[in-house]
Design a protein around this ligand. Structure first.
Ligand code: 5CA
Length: 436
């Protein structure tokens, strides 16, 4: 993509309304614009990151055996009356009346709708287990939407719902999602700590929150350092036989501040870590809470009805965009982990009116594109300083800088955004390095 043709409305000054770094940087980098309180438009750069995160979430859900569908954003109130949550949800639910005076709502979550789909389509124990998910916008009329996409009113969530015949099956489904979550966040370059949690408005008696470590996080968590030991490579190598790994991880101590009791904590002080976290995922086992209320049953092997056991599993896809920035930035701007970077390379032409620079840049641009590398080519006539500042701000992993002096001696400069390391290399060697 040529920057001269792109849509990247950079803001130079610090936006007044942003209290935290990710919100500030997302506005400054032209990733989002507020439409109304807690509701955002995703501009091209922001959308690119959102889509990359979504793709990783989808791959790991699919790998874990969940099946994608798509439910609507607008739901009928009748289903929520059946489960008893229509009144319970209170003012967080955005209620809508259609032209026929029917009560509708903008879904804050989908337990009711998926249970309705299940009960009207699945009839036999032979069809279980099933885990169905979608990636869809939700609306919660948060009393204080803040921190940009981190606590929005409209936000993108991946929500999965599992259906099993018994507790043992439901626990296996739960653990499969637990494992998928660890993989998902590790692939995004994040350290995620699963913490035992309250299940709140969703209900049930078993739940884990996934907290990613970031100094600006809202939660205070205490955990056994051994949880951090599990590497991405190890996570990816555990196949279908994940129960042992999950049982081990779930046995390790992790608690939020309110539940942490320093005196009763079983972890030796040398191994106990205290950190700030951002909740990017939450999984729940709630048994028959919805299936009983909504009559979701299948016929068992002996012909008798079985009320299905359920769980639900959420990931804050849009929140992750902000959370990743909270976990990965410096004074100059965002530092995207490779896996979610909007472009892999920023190609900077320092002298847009110099024929030799243009030829060298066009050539590098074509070669990168041909190799399938996502590249943002700054071909504008901005000053060198402004170009560097923009490239640092938007946080692309590599900056490939072409200037008149280098071209004369046959070199370009390659900068790694994360380490700050700069190298002068031949154009071929630079390409080789990027494509590594
Ligand atoms: N039905 C369950 C699981 S599918 C559920 O709704 N769980 S939840 O309430 O915990 O939400 C799942 C995830 O959505 C949270 O972990 C969080 O990452 C994200 N989330 C929740 N509320 C917001 C919000 N207001 N803004 C951005 N993300 C949010």
């Amino acid at each position: 993509m040529r920057l001269s043709r792109y849509f990247l409305p950079i803001i130079k000054e610090n936006p007044q309304e942003a209290q935290i770094v990710s919100h500030r940087l997302m506005l400054r980098a032209g990733m989002i614009r507020q439409a109304s309180a807690g509701i955002y438009s995703w501009l091209p750069l922001g959308l690119k990151v959102l889509r990359k995160i979504e793709a990783i979430v989808r791959e790991e859900q699919d790998r874990a055996g969940a099946i994608e569908l798509l439910m609507p954003t607008i739901q009928s109130a009748d289903l929520w009356r059946e489960s008893g949550r229509y009144n319970d949800y209170g003012e967080e639910m955005l209620r809508i009346v259609d032209r026929h005076k029917r009560d509708m709502l903008y879904g804050p979550t989908n337990e009711e709708l998926i249970t309705d789909i299940f009960r009207t389509t699945v009839k036999s124990y032979r069809d279980l287990p099933k885990n169905l998910y979608h990636i869809q916008w939700k609306f919660r009329d948060e009393i204080r939407p803040r921190f940009g996409v981190m606590r929005g009113r409209e936000f993108l969530m991946k929500d999965a719902y599992s259906f099993d015949l018994d507790y043992a099956g439901a626990r296996r489904s739960y653990n499969a999602m637990y494992m998928a979550y660890l993989r998902t966040f590790a692939r995004m370059g994040l350290v995620a700590i699963p913490v035992r949690a309250d299940s709140g408005a969703i209900g049930g008696d078993l739940s884990h929150e996934f907290q990613i470590l970031a100094q600006t996080g809202e939660s205070d968590i205490y955990y056994d350092a051994a949880i951090e030991d599990i590497s991405l490579a190890k996570l990816m190598s555990v196949g279908d036989d994940f129960e042992k790994t999950v049982t081990h991880l779930q046995s390790l101590y992790a608690a939020e501040q309110e539940k942490h009791d320093a005196k009763a904590c079983p972890v030796p002080p040398a191994r106990l870590k205290h950190a700030k976290g951002i909740e990017v995922g939450h999984i729940f086992y709630f048994g028959t809470k919805y299936s009983k209320a909504m009559n979701a049953k299948v016929t068992g092997p002996d012909g008798a009805d079985i009320t299905v056991e359920m769980g639900s599993y959420g990931i804050g896809v849009s929140r992750l965009v902000g959370a990743i920035i909270e976990a990965s930035h410096d004074d100059a701007g965002i530092i995207w982990p490779d896996a979610v970077a909007p472009f892999k390379v920023g190609l900077i032409n320092l002298r847009a009116n110099d024929a030799a620079c243009v030829t060298a840049c066009d050539d590098l641009y074509a070669k990168l594109q041909n190799a399938g590398v996502d590249v943002l080519y700054d071909d504008t006539d901005e000053s060198a300083g402004a170009k560097f500042a923009t490239c640092d701000l938007i946080g692309l992993p590599w900056q490939l800088v072409v200037g008149p002096r280098g071209i004369k001696s046959g070199v370009v400069e390659l900068k790694n955004r994360r380490s700050g390391e700069k190298q002068e290399l031949s154009p071929e060697a630079a390409l080789h390095r990027i494509m590594g």
